[in-house]
Write a protein that binds this ligand. Structure first.
Ligand code: XLS
Ligand code: NI
Ligand code: NI
Length: 437
Protein backbone atom coordinates (compact mmCIF):
# COMPACT_ATOMS: atom_id res chain seq x y z
CA UNK A 1 0.00 0.00 0.00
CA UNK A 2 1.41 3.34 -1.00
CA UNK A 3 2.07 5.89 1.73
CA UNK A 4 1.74 8.83 -0.67
CA UNK A 5 -0.97 7.55 -3.06
CA UNK A 6 -1.86 10.97 -4.45
CA UNK A 7 1.69 11.84 -5.39
CA UNK A 8 3.42 10.57 -8.48
CA UNK A 9 7.04 10.98 -9.49
CA UNK A 10 8.11 14.63 -9.23
CA UNK A 11 9.18 15.82 -12.66
CA UNK A 12 11.15 18.73 -14.02
CA UNK A 13 8.73 21.12 -15.73
CA UNK A 14 10.93 24.21 -16.12
CA UNK A 15 10.90 27.71 -14.59
CA UNK A 16 7.44 28.63 -15.88
CA UNK A 17 5.63 25.71 -14.27
CA UNK A 18 3.03 26.58 -11.65
CA UNK A 19 2.69 22.97 -10.53
CA UNK A 20 3.72 22.93 -6.84
CA UNK A 21 4.69 19.26 -7.15
CA UNK A 22 7.19 19.76 -9.96
CA UNK A 23 10.78 20.97 -10.20
CA UNK A 24 11.35 24.30 -11.86
CA UNK A 25 15.16 24.26 -11.74
CA UNK A 26 16.33 20.78 -10.72
CA UNK A 27 16.65 18.88 -13.96
CA UNK A 28 18.64 15.84 -12.91
CA UNK A 29 20.07 15.02 -16.34
CA UNK A 30 21.07 18.60 -17.25
CA UNK A 31 24.82 19.10 -17.53
CA UNK A 32 26.54 21.74 -15.40
CA UNK A 33 30.34 22.01 -15.62
CA UNK A 34 30.47 18.67 -17.41
CA UNK A 35 28.40 16.64 -14.93
CA UNK A 36 24.69 16.03 -14.54
CA UNK A 37 22.92 17.99 -11.83
CA UNK A 38 22.25 14.69 -10.12
CA UNK A 39 25.98 13.95 -9.89
CA UNK A 40 26.92 17.50 -8.97
CA UNK A 41 24.42 17.92 -6.15
CA UNK A 42 24.17 14.38 -4.73
CA UNK A 43 20.97 15.16 -2.81
CA UNK A 44 20.28 13.23 0.36
CA UNK A 45 17.26 12.89 2.63
CA UNK A 46 17.89 12.94 6.40
CA UNK A 47 16.08 9.93 7.85
CA UNK A 48 15.90 11.43 11.34
CA UNK A 49 13.97 14.54 10.37
CA UNK A 50 11.95 13.27 7.45
CA UNK A 51 11.01 9.83 8.76
CA UNK A 52 11.24 10.34 12.53
CA UNK A 53 10.45 14.00 13.09
CA UNK A 54 7.26 14.38 15.11
CA UNK A 55 7.08 18.15 15.36
CA UNK A 56 7.47 18.06 19.15
CA UNK A 57 9.03 21.17 20.70
CA UNK A 58 9.75 22.15 24.33
CA UNK A 59 6.22 23.55 24.59
CA UNK A 60 4.14 20.78 23.14
CA UNK A 61 4.00 17.27 21.67
CA UNK A 62 4.26 16.19 18.06
CA UNK A 63 1.77 17.34 15.45
CA UNK A 64 2.80 15.39 12.35
CA UNK A 65 0.18 13.31 10.57
CA UNK A 66 2.00 10.16 9.52
CA UNK A 67 -0.60 7.44 8.80
CA UNK A 68 2.09 4.74 8.44
CA UNK A 69 3.30 5.21 12.05
CA UNK A 70 0.32 3.40 13.58
CA UNK A 71 2.27 0.45 15.00
CA UNK A 72 4.67 2.64 17.02
CA UNK A 73 8.30 1.90 17.76
CA UNK A 74 8.41 -1.82 16.88
CA UNK A 75 10.92 -3.51 14.59
CA UNK A 76 8.02 -4.44 12.32
CA UNK A 77 7.03 -0.81 11.99
CA UNK A 78 10.66 0.14 11.43
CA UNK A 79 10.79 -2.24 8.46
CA UNK A 80 7.54 -0.84 7.11
CA UNK A 81 8.90 2.70 7.55
CA UNK A 82 11.83 1.77 5.33
CA UNK A 83 9.38 1.10 2.48
CA UNK A 84 7.72 4.46 3.11
CA UNK A 85 11.11 6.20 3.07
CA UNK A 86 12.07 4.62 -0.24
CA UNK A 87 8.68 5.40 -1.80
CA UNK A 88 9.24 9.03 -0.73
CA UNK A 89 12.78 9.16 -2.12
CA UNK A 90 11.84 7.42 -5.36
CA UNK A 91 9.03 9.90 -5.98
CA UNK A 92 11.29 12.81 -5.11
CA UNK A 93 14.27 11.53 -7.09
CA UNK A 94 16.94 11.94 -4.42
CA UNK A 95 19.83 9.51 -4.99
CA UNK A 96 20.96 9.34 -1.32
CA UNK A 97 19.87 9.28 2.30
CA UNK A 98 21.63 9.52 5.69
CA UNK A 99 20.77 7.96 9.04
CA UNK A 100 21.72 7.43 12.67
CA UNK A 101 21.52 3.80 13.78
CA UNK A 102 18.64 4.56 16.14
CA UNK A 103 16.62 6.42 13.48
CA UNK A 104 16.14 3.27 11.46
CA UNK A 105 15.77 0.63 14.19
CA UNK A 106 14.53 0.82 17.77
CA UNK A 107 16.97 0.42 20.63
CA UNK A 108 16.50 -2.92 22.42
CA UNK A 109 16.84 -3.86 26.09
CA UNK A 110 20.53 -4.72 25.57
CA UNK A 111 23.31 -3.96 23.11
CA UNK A 112 22.84 -7.42 21.59
CA UNK A 113 19.13 -6.84 21.05
CA UNK A 114 19.73 -3.39 19.58
CA UNK A 115 22.23 -4.88 17.14
CA UNK A 116 19.74 -7.58 16.19
CA UNK A 117 17.02 -5.00 15.57
CA UNK A 118 19.41 -3.01 13.42
CA UNK A 119 20.38 -6.09 11.39
CA UNK A 120 16.73 -6.84 10.64
CA UNK A 121 16.02 -3.30 9.44
CA UNK A 122 19.29 -3.00 7.53
CA UNK A 123 18.31 -6.10 5.57
CA UNK A 124 15.13 -4.31 4.48
CA UNK A 125 17.11 -1.16 3.63
CA UNK A 126 19.55 -3.20 1.57
CA UNK A 127 16.70 -4.76 -0.41
CA UNK A 128 15.09 -1.36 -1.08
CA UNK A 129 18.44 0.20 -1.92
CA UNK A 130 19.17 -2.59 -4.42
CA UNK A 131 15.69 -2.27 -5.93
CA UNK A 132 15.83 1.52 -6.38
CA UNK A 133 19.53 2.37 -6.66
CA UNK A 134 19.13 4.91 -3.83
CA UNK A 135 22.24 4.73 -1.66
CA UNK A 136 23.47 5.64 1.78
CA UNK A 137 25.47 8.90 1.62
CA UNK A 138 26.72 8.53 5.17
CA UNK A 139 25.84 6.67 8.30
CA UNK A 140 26.29 7.71 11.91
CA UNK A 141 25.46 6.59 15.43
CA UNK A 142 23.11 8.32 17.84
CA UNK A 143 25.37 8.83 20.87
CA UNK A 144 23.22 11.46 22.56
CA UNK A 145 19.56 10.45 23.08
CA UNK A 146 19.87 7.57 25.54
CA UNK A 147 20.33 8.72 29.18
CA UNK A 148 23.56 6.68 29.37
CA UNK A 149 25.07 9.51 27.32
CA UNK A 150 23.94 12.24 29.68
CA UNK A 151 27.57 13.40 30.11
CA UNK A 152 28.53 12.72 26.49
CA UNK A 153 29.83 9.56 24.85
CA UNK A 154 33.51 9.63 23.87
CA UNK A 155 34.00 12.57 26.25
CA UNK A 156 31.93 11.21 29.13
CA UNK A 157 33.33 11.15 32.67
CA UNK A 158 31.97 7.58 32.78
CA UNK A 159 34.30 5.11 31.03
CA UNK A 160 31.44 2.67 30.47
CA UNK A 161 29.61 5.24 28.35
CA UNK A 162 32.75 5.49 26.20
CA UNK A 163 32.84 1.70 25.88
CA UNK A 164 29.16 1.45 24.92
CA UNK A 165 29.60 4.23 22.36
CA UNK A 166 32.59 2.39 20.89
CA UNK A 167 30.50 -0.75 20.49
CA UNK A 168 27.73 1.27 18.89
CA UNK A 169 30.05 2.95 16.38
CA UNK A 170 31.66 -0.40 15.58
CA UNK A 171 28.25 -1.72 14.58
CA UNK A 172 27.29 1.50 12.77
CA UNK A 173 30.47 1.23 10.69
CA UNK A 174 29.65 -2.36 9.82
CA UNK A 175 26.16 -1.52 8.58
CA UNK A 176 27.39 1.59 6.76
CA UNK A 177 29.84 -0.63 4.94
CA UNK A 178 27.21 -3.26 4.25
CA UNK A 179 24.97 -0.65 2.64
CA UNK A 180 27.83 0.68 0.51
CA UNK A 181 27.77 4.04 2.35
CA UNK A 182 30.12 6.72 0.96
CA UNK A 183 30.92 8.14 4.37
CA UNK A 184 30.58 8.19 8.12
CA UNK A 185 29.85 11.29 10.26
CA UNK A 186 30.94 12.23 13.76
CA UNK A 187 28.76 14.97 15.08
CA UNK A 188 29.39 15.85 18.70
CA UNK A 189 26.03 15.05 20.22
CA UNK A 190 26.73 15.77 23.88
CA UNK A 191 30.51 15.99 23.44
CA UNK A 192 31.02 19.29 25.24
CA UNK A 193 30.32 20.74 28.67
CA UNK A 194 27.78 22.73 30.68
CA UNK A 195 30.27 24.05 33.23
CA UNK A 196 34.06 24.02 33.26
CA UNK A 197 34.02 23.65 37.06
CA UNK A 198 33.21 19.95 36.75
CA UNK A 199 35.11 19.32 33.51
CA UNK A 200 38.61 18.03 32.71
CA UNK A 201 38.71 19.39 29.19
CA UNK A 202 42.12 18.00 28.29
CA UNK A 203 41.20 14.51 29.38
CA UNK A 204 37.87 14.63 27.53
CA UNK A 205 39.48 15.81 24.28
CA UNK A 206 42.20 13.16 24.53
CA UNK A 207 39.45 10.57 24.85
CA UNK A 208 37.63 11.95 21.81
CA UNK A 209 40.82 11.66 19.78
CA UNK A 210 41.35 8.09 20.97
CA UNK A 211 37.78 7.28 20.03
CA UNK A 212 38.16 8.63 16.50
CA UNK A 213 41.42 6.75 16.02
CA UNK A 214 39.66 3.56 17.08
CA UNK A 215 36.99 4.23 14.43
CA UNK A 216 39.61 4.84 11.76
CA UNK A 217 41.47 1.67 12.78
CA UNK A 218 38.31 -0.43 12.75
CA UNK A 219 37.25 0.94 9.35
CA UNK A 220 40.61 -0.18 8.01
CA UNK A 221 40.21 -3.59 9.59
CA UNK A 222 36.84 -4.25 7.96
CA UNK A 223 37.73 -2.59 4.66
CA UNK A 224 35.37 0.36 4.96
CA UNK A 225 36.85 2.93 2.58
CA UNK A 226 34.23 5.68 2.91
CA UNK A 227 35.17 9.20 3.96
CA UNK A 228 35.01 10.17 7.64
CA UNK A 229 33.55 13.57 8.47
CA UNK A 230 33.52 15.74 11.59
CA UNK A 231 30.50 18.06 11.81
CA UNK A 232 31.07 21.41 13.56
CA UNK A 233 28.42 22.86 15.87
CA UNK A 234 29.13 25.44 18.60
CA UNK A 235 26.33 24.75 21.08
CA UNK A 236 23.18 22.66 21.60
CA UNK A 237 22.68 20.45 23.42
CA UNK A 238 25.66 21.50 25.58
CA UNK A 239 26.50 25.14 26.01
CA UNK A 240 29.93 24.56 24.54
CA UNK A 241 30.39 21.79 21.97
CA UNK A 242 33.97 20.67 21.34
CA UNK A 243 33.38 20.60 17.56
CA UNK A 244 32.62 24.33 17.76
CA UNK A 245 33.42 25.44 14.20
CA UNK A 246 35.60 24.54 11.22
CA UNK A 247 38.69 26.13 12.78
CA UNK A 248 38.29 24.26 16.08
CA UNK A 249 37.61 20.95 14.29
CA UNK A 250 40.59 21.29 11.95
CA UNK A 251 42.84 22.15 14.85
CA UNK A 252 41.59 19.13 16.80
CA UNK A 253 42.14 16.82 13.83
CA UNK A 254 45.65 18.13 13.16
CA UNK A 255 46.66 18.17 16.82
CA UNK A 256 45.69 14.52 17.10
CA UNK A 257 47.04 13.13 13.83
CA UNK A 258 43.59 12.60 12.29
CA UNK A 259 43.91 15.07 9.42
CA UNK A 260 44.52 12.40 6.79
CA UNK A 261 41.36 10.51 7.70
CA UNK A 262 38.66 13.05 8.50
CA UNK A 263 37.14 15.95 6.56
CA UNK A 264 34.33 18.27 7.58
CA UNK A 265 30.59 18.09 7.11
CA UNK A 266 29.54 21.74 7.26
CA UNK A 267 25.99 22.58 8.32
CA UNK A 268 24.57 25.99 7.44
CA UNK A 269 22.64 26.58 10.64
CA UNK A 270 25.61 25.48 12.77
CA UNK A 271 27.85 27.99 10.97
CA UNK A 272 25.53 30.86 11.87
CA UNK A 273 25.19 29.64 15.47
CA UNK A 274 28.99 29.90 15.66
CA UNK A 275 28.83 33.51 14.51
CA UNK A 276 30.02 32.71 10.98
CA UNK A 277 28.37 32.45 7.61
CA UNK A 278 28.25 29.11 5.85
CA UNK A 279 30.48 30.48 3.07
CA UNK A 280 33.09 31.43 5.66
CA UNK A 281 33.10 27.89 7.04
CA UNK A 282 33.26 26.33 3.57
CA UNK A 283 36.09 28.56 2.44
CA UNK A 284 38.02 28.05 5.65
CA UNK A 285 37.72 24.28 5.34
CA UNK A 286 38.18 24.24 1.57
CA UNK A 287 41.42 26.24 1.45
CA UNK A 288 43.00 23.66 3.78
CA UNK A 289 41.69 20.58 2.04
CA UNK A 290 39.04 19.70 4.63
CA UNK A 291 35.88 20.35 2.62
CA UNK A 292 33.79 17.20 2.66
CA UNK A 293 30.04 17.42 2.62
CA UNK A 294 27.23 19.79 3.50
CA UNK A 295 24.23 19.51 5.81
CA UNK A 296 21.88 21.81 3.97
CA UNK A 297 19.41 23.82 6.00
CA UNK A 298 19.04 27.34 7.27
CA UNK A 299 18.40 29.13 10.55
CA UNK A 300 16.20 32.10 11.25
CA UNK A 301 17.63 35.55 11.91
CA UNK A 302 15.22 36.09 14.77
CA UNK A 303 15.77 32.74 16.47
CA UNK A 304 19.08 31.85 18.08
CA UNK A 305 18.88 28.07 17.85
CA UNK A 306 19.27 25.23 15.39
CA UNK A 307 15.88 25.57 13.68
CA UNK A 308 16.96 23.34 10.77
CA UNK A 309 14.68 24.94 8.19
CA UNK A 310 14.75 23.98 4.53
CA UNK A 311 16.96 26.30 2.45
CA UNK A 312 15.16 28.73 0.14
CA UNK A 313 17.78 31.49 -0.16
CA UNK A 314 19.36 31.52 -3.62
CA UNK A 315 22.24 33.76 -2.56
CA UNK A 316 23.18 31.21 0.07
CA UNK A 317 23.01 28.19 -2.23
CA UNK A 318 24.97 30.08 -4.88
CA UNK A 319 27.74 30.74 -2.36
CA UNK A 320 27.72 27.12 -1.21
CA UNK A 321 27.99 25.80 -4.74
CA UNK A 322 30.69 28.33 -5.65
CA UNK A 323 32.78 26.96 -2.80
CA UNK A 324 32.25 23.33 -3.80
CA UNK A 325 32.92 23.94 -7.49
CA UNK A 326 36.08 25.84 -6.54
CA UNK A 327 37.37 22.95 -4.44
CA UNK A 328 36.55 20.12 -6.82
CA UNK A 329 32.89 19.27 -6.25
CA UNK A 330 30.91 17.51 -3.56
CA UNK A 331 31.68 13.82 -4.15
CA UNK A 332 32.00 11.63 -2.16
CA UNK A 333 29.93 14.01 -0.01
CA UNK A 334 26.60 15.48 -0.97
CA UNK A 335 23.86 17.96 -0.18
CA UNK A 336 22.12 16.34 2.78
CA UNK A 337 18.91 18.06 3.82
CA UNK A 338 19.44 18.07 7.56
CA UNK A 339 16.20 20.02 7.74
CA UNK A 340 12.71 19.58 9.08
CA UNK A 341 9.29 20.86 8.16
CA UNK A 342 7.79 23.31 10.66
CA UNK A 343 5.58 21.99 13.42
CA UNK A 344 2.68 23.75 11.72
CA UNK A 345 3.37 21.95 8.39
CA UNK A 346 2.05 18.63 9.56
CA UNK A 347 0.65 16.95 6.43
CA UNK A 348 2.69 14.34 4.51
CA UNK A 349 2.62 16.46 1.34
CA UNK A 350 4.60 19.17 3.19
CA UNK A 351 7.59 16.81 3.13
CA UNK A 352 7.48 17.05 -0.66
CA UNK A 353 7.06 20.83 -0.76
CA UNK A 354 10.00 21.22 1.60
CA UNK A 355 12.39 19.00 -0.35
CA UNK A 356 11.28 20.27 -3.77
CA UNK A 357 11.99 23.83 -2.61
CA UNK A 358 15.38 22.90 -1.21
CA UNK A 359 16.37 20.98 -4.34
CA UNK A 360 15.24 23.75 -6.68
CA UNK A 361 17.07 26.36 -4.60
CA UNK A 362 20.28 24.33 -4.76
CA UNK A 363 19.84 23.64 -8.48
CA UNK A 364 19.51 27.36 -9.08
CA UNK A 365 22.55 27.99 -6.89
CA UNK A 366 24.54 25.45 -8.89
CA UNK A 367 23.56 27.01 -12.22
CA UNK A 368 24.35 30.53 -10.99
CA UNK A 369 27.68 29.46 -9.50
CA UNK A 370 28.64 27.83 -12.80
CA UNK A 371 27.62 30.99 -14.69
CA UNK A 372 29.68 33.20 -12.38
CA UNK A 373 32.67 30.91 -12.86
CA UNK A 374 32.28 30.64 -16.64
CA UNK A 375 32.03 34.38 -17.03
CA UNK A 376 35.04 34.96 -14.80
CA UNK A 377 34.37 38.63 -14.10
CA UNK A 378 34.17 38.28 -10.32
CA UNK A 379 37.37 36.25 -10.25
CA UNK A 380 39.09 38.86 -12.41
CA UNK A 381 37.95 41.63 -10.10
CA UNK A 382 39.35 39.78 -7.08
CA UNK A 383 42.60 39.11 -8.89
CA UNK A 384 42.85 42.76 -9.85
CA UNK A 385 42.50 43.72 -6.19
CA UNK A 386 45.68 41.77 -5.41
CA UNK A 387 47.61 42.91 -8.48
CA UNK A 388 50.41 44.38 -6.33
CA UNK A 389 51.38 40.78 -5.46
CA UNK A 390 51.72 39.63 -9.05
CA UNK A 391 55.00 41.37 -9.84
CA UNK A 392 57.70 43.54 -8.27
CA UNK A 393 57.99 43.60 -4.49
CA UNK A 394 54.80 41.57 -3.92
CA UNK A 395 55.94 38.69 -6.10
CA UNK A 396 59.38 38.78 -4.45
CA UNK A 397 57.84 38.56 -0.96
CA UNK A 398 55.69 35.61 -2.01
CA UNK A 399 58.77 33.91 -3.43
CA UNK A 400 60.48 34.23 -0.05
CA UNK A 401 63.14 36.63 -1.27
CA UNK A 402 62.65 39.20 1.50
CA UNK A 403 62.97 39.73 5.23
CA UNK A 404 62.29 42.64 7.61
CA UNK A 405 65.67 44.23 6.87
CA UNK A 406 65.30 44.17 3.10
CA UNK A 407 61.75 45.48 3.34
CA UNK A 408 62.92 48.32 5.54
CA UNK A 409 65.49 49.17 2.85
CA UNK A 410 62.78 49.03 0.19
CA UNK A 411 60.48 51.36 2.12
CA UNK A 412 63.25 53.78 3.14
CA UNK A 413 64.02 54.18 -0.55
CA UNK A 414 60.39 54.36 -1.66
CA UNK A 415 59.14 56.65 1.08
CA UNK A 416 55.53 55.51 1.40
CA UNK A 417 52.91 53.01 0.26
CA UNK A 418 51.56 53.30 -3.28
CA UNK A 419 48.03 54.74 -3.20
CA UNK A 420 45.37 52.24 -2.19
CA UNK A 421 42.47 51.47 -4.49
CA UNK A 422 38.83 51.20 -3.46
CA UNK A 423 37.46 47.89 -2.16
CA UNK A 424 34.41 48.40 -4.38
CA UNK A 425 32.16 46.23 -2.22
CA UNK A 426 29.03 47.76 -3.74
CA UNK A 427 30.25 47.06 -7.25
CA UNK A 428 31.02 43.44 -6.31
CA UNK A 429 27.52 43.10 -4.92
CA UNK A 430 26.01 44.64 -8.04
CA UNK A 431 27.92 42.24 -10.27
CA UNK A 432 26.63 39.26 -8.26
CA UNK A 433 23.08 40.59 -8.61
CA UNK A 434 23.55 40.79 -12.35
CA UNK A 435 23.88 37.01 -12.48
CA UNK A 436 21.06 36.37 -10.05
CA UNK A 437 18.48 38.68 -11.61
C1 XLS B 1 22.53 18.11 14.90
C2 XLS B 1 23.30 17.57 13.80
C3 XLS B 1 23.02 16.12 13.50
C4 XLS B 1 24.09 15.53 12.63
C5 XLS B 1 24.09 14.05 12.58
O1 XLS B 1 22.43 19.30 15.11
O2 XLS B 1 23.10 18.36 12.68
O3 XLS B 1 21.76 15.97 12.94
O4 XLS B 1 24.01 16.01 11.33
O5 XLS B 1 24.32 13.49 13.82
NI1 NI C 1 23.77 17.96 10.72
NI1 NI D 1 21.91 20.70 13.13
Amino acid sequence: MAAFPEISKIKYEGPDSKNPLAFRHYNESELVEGKTMKDQLRFSVAYWHTMRGTGADPFGPGTMIRPWEGAGDSVENAVNRVRVAFEFMEKLGTPFFCFHDRDVAPEGASLAESNKNLDTVVKAIKAESDRTGIKLLWGTANLFSNPRYVHGAATSCNADAFAFAAAQVKKALEVTKELGGSGYVFWGGREGYQTLWNTDMKRELDHLARFMHMAVEYAKEIGFTGQFYFEPKPKEPTKHQYDFDAAACINFLRANGLEKHVKLNIETNHATLAGHTVEHELEYAGMQGFLGSVDANTGDLLLGWDTDQFPTDVYMTTKIMLAFLKYGGLAPGGVNFDAKVRRESFEPVDLFHAHIGGMDTFAMGLKLAAKIRADGELARMVQQRYASWDSGIGAEIEQGKHNFKSLEQYMLAKGDVAPNTSGRQELFENVVNRYIF
